[in-house]
Each structure stands twice: as C-alpha cells, then as structure tokens.
Design a protein around this ligand. Structure first.
Ligand code: NDP
Ligand code: 8X3
Length: 249
C-alpha cells in the first residue's frame, strides 16, 4: 500500500483528495490546523488508512516534529500533495494589508518549499511523486490578485523547477493549476459567507472532488508517464481581459 502526504486536508481539495485516495487503496497523512476535522477523517476512513498530523505549515519546528512522529506505516512517503494554501483579500496593492501579504507568502511559498525539501529524500528513495496545487492566478493577472497571484506563480514555477532537478531520479512532478473551485477558499479570502456565495452563484464552479479525481489520476499513472502541468477551469470561467483607463476629455 502506498502512502500520500496531503497538506490542507481539513477542507476543500485536500479533504476530498484524502477521501479519494484512501478509497482507491492509499494510506494518507492528513494535515491541517483543525484537529477536530482531522479526527473526523480518521473516524470516517480508519486509523490504519489516515494519520492525522495537526500543525501550522508556517511553523517549521511543528512541521519537523510532525514528520519525525509519523508512525512506521506512514513514514515512507510515495506522494506529496502540496495543497495547503490560501488567499487573503482582493484589494488593490495600494490598499492591501501587509499582514495578509505575509500570511500568503509564509503559507503558499515558504511552507511549501520547506516541506518539499524535508520530504525529498524519502520521495527519491521510493521513486515517488509530487503534485502541487498552484493556480490560474499564477498564469493570468486579475485586479486584486497581487500577492496571491505572485505566490501561485511561484508555486507553478517551483514545481516545474523540481521536475528539472529531479531528472533521472524517477520522481514524477506535476503542477495542477486550477481556476475556480467551490471550497472554503473564498470565505477565507473575503471573510464573508455572503461574498463567497455571491461569487459562486450561477457560475457552476469546479468542485473539490473534480480536482481530487485529477490528483488521483495523475498519481496512479504508470511510472513512465509524467504530466507536467494541468490547468482545469470551469466552462463558465475564462481569461482576464485587457482593460484601458480612459482619460477625461
Ligand atoms: P480551503 O480553504 O477549502 O482549504 C484550505 C486548506 O489549507 C485547509 O485544509 C487549511 O487547513 C489549509 N491551510 C491553510 N493555511 C494553513 C496553515 N497555516 N497551516 C496548515 N494548513 C493550512 O481551500 P481550497 O481547498 O480551495 O484550497 C486548496 C489549495 O487550492 C490552495 O493552495 C489554493 O490556493 C488552491 N486553489 C484553490 C482554488 C479555488 O478556487 N478554491 C483555485 C486554484 C487553486 P486549516 O485551516 O485547518 O489549517
Ligand atoms: C484561485 C483561482 O480563479 O478564484 O486560485 O482566482 S481563482
């Protein structure tokens, strides 16, 4: 049985991924800050299938302690799903909160880099795989995207850079860069259930399960196949248009 390490498993894409992988015969280390949600996953799927590792990904010591405390059955990692992440705010840069910017950089950039570096030895030893959840926000610019977009451009490119460095190791690396997925993401971003509901209303966004199925598909491909990047979007979403500001005559 293979083992996946899935960050951000208390909600949305990560939670759906743990459920999908376990139902397909994987073991999962499920991480996040909300212990009660991790406990619920263990209760639902079984302690032999899910190990709950509750820590803040921005806390390097806590991350290291959680890795060191993995039970033997979960200690050899075959798949790292770099998923934990968030957006805070949609304000233009000139009005944005520096604390929000720091939170996004610490979570989406620094934590992903540190965790990946920590798990590379076991991933190489087991000829495993890395799947990272980047975003279309890293590929196309939209107003208010600023630091979130920058952090996801980093995620998209860091993941492809790993693919180059891991050349010849047998480790597979994939960057999945989704558009709009209905999760708690927009609630976290806006701080408002109403704003979140408004954004999704009538848009037919993708579901967390849609992305989990892609992760499972990529993870279970034959070992000679590597998908470099996937960029799924809802049919009702497309690219940001160019804008022109008109001077008054
Ligand atoms: P959710 O808000 O539903 O889930 C986010 C997950 O990240 C939660 O499990 C949360 O756990 C975890 N997380 C956030 N901060 C931390 C932290 N400091 N320490 C540990 N865990 C943390 O959002 P999604 O499922 O939508 O987001 C998952 C990923 O997908 C993110 O990287 C996001 O940028 C990306 N993405 C999302 C899209 C969307 O439209 N929803 C589109 C494209 C990409 P907890 O709060 O318990 O710590
Ligand atoms: C977030 C994707 O389309 O909501 O990563 O900006 S989108």
């Amino acid at each position: 049985m293979k083992t996946a390490f899935v960050t951000g498993a208390t909600a949305g894409i990560g939670e759906a991924t743990v459920r999908t992988l376990v139902n397909s015969g994987w073991r999962c280390v499920a991480t996040g800050r909300r212990q009660e949600r991790l406990d619920a996953l263990v209760g639902e799927l079984g302690a032999d299938k899910v190990h709950a590792a509750c820590f803040d990904v921005r806390d390097r010591e806590a991350m290291e302690a959680a890795i060191a405390a993995l039970p033997d059955a979960f200690a050899g990692i075959d798949l790292l799903v770099n998923n934990a992440g968030l957006a805070r705010g949609l304000s233009p840069a000139q009005e944005a909160s520096l604390d929000d910017w720091q939170t996004m950089i610490d979570t989406n950039v620094t934590a992903m880099v540190v965790l990946t570096r920590k798990l590379l030895p076991t991933l190489i030893e087991r000829k495993g795989a890395i799947i990272a959840i980047g975003s279309v926000a890293g590929n196309y610019i939209y107003p208010g995207g600023n630091v979130y977009a920058g952090s996801k451009a980093f995620a998209n490119h860091f993941t492809l850079a790993l693919r180059a460095d891991l050349h010849g190791t047998g480790v597979r690396v994939t960057s999945i860069e989704p558009g709009m997925v209905e999760t708690e993401f927009t609630l976290v971003r806006t701080g408002s259930q109403e704003a979140s509901d408004d954004l999704y209303r009538g848009a037919k966004p993708m579901t967390a399960q849609d992305i989990a199925e892609m992760i499972k598909w990529v993870a279970e491909l034959p070992p000679h196949l590597n998908i470099n990047r996937l960029e799924p979007m809802p049919v009702n979403q497309d690219f940001a248009g160019f804008r022109v500001a008109r001077e008054h005559h």
